[in-house]
Design a protein around this ligand. Structure first.
Ligand code: HEC
Length: 115
C-alpha cells in the first residue's frame, strides 16, 4: 500500500516513456537557456554559466554549491535535479512556463544526453 502510494507520487514527476517525443539538448534545451537565462548566468551568478558550450558541463552530474545534497541535473531523475527543484526568488517564479519545465523534465528523464 505505502509502496504503491510512493510509486504513484514518483510517477507524477516522471514522464510516460511511451508518448514522449525525444528532446534534443542542442535544439530544445540550449535555446531556452539562451532566451531566458544567460542574461544572469554567468553575469549575475557566475557559479552557473548557461551559455552555449558551457551549460551542459555545468549542469549534468555537477553538485549544486547552494544545496550540496543535490546535483543540478541527475540523469533520469528530474524530481531530484536541482535545476527543477530549486525555488527561484519571486521575481523569477514565472520565468519558465509549465510547458518549458516539462520539456526540461523530459530531457532529464530521457537521460540528459548531450545530443
Ligand atoms: C535575473 C537574474 C537571473 C535569471 C534571469 C536566472 N537566474 Fe538562475 N540564479 C540567479 C541567482 C542570483 C542565483 C543564485 C541565488 C538563487 O538561487 O536565487 C541563481 C541560481 C540558479 C540555480 C542554482 C545554481 C546552483 O548553484 O546550483 C539554477 C539551477 C538556476 N539559477 C537556473 C536558472 C535557469 C534555468 C534560468 C533560466 C530559465 C535562470 N536561472 C535565470 C539569477 C538568475
Amino acid at each position: 500500500m505505502v509502496a504503491a502510494l510512493i510509486a504513484a507520487a514518483l510517477g507524477l514527476a516522471r514522464v510516460r516513456p511511451g508518448g514522449a517525443q525525444p528532446v534534443s539538448f542542442r535544439r530544445n534545451v540550449q535555446p531556452l537557456f539562451d532566451a531566458k537565462c544567460t542574461s544572469c548566468h554567468p553575469v549575475a551568478y557566475p557559479y552557473l554559466d548557461l551559455r552555449h558550450g558551457h551549460a551542459y558541463h555545468q549542469l549534468v552530474g555537477v553538485v549544486s554549491p547552494l544545496s550540496p545534497a543535490f546535483e543540478r541535473v541527475l540523469p533520469g531523475r528530474p524530481e531530484l535535479s536541482y535545476l527543477l527543484t530549486h525555488v527561484p526568488d519571486p521575481s523569477r517564479r514565472h520565468l519558465l512556463s509549465g510547458a518549458e519545465r516539462r520539456l526540461l523534465a523530459r530531457w532529464i528523464e530521457q537521460g540528459a544526453k548531450d545530443n
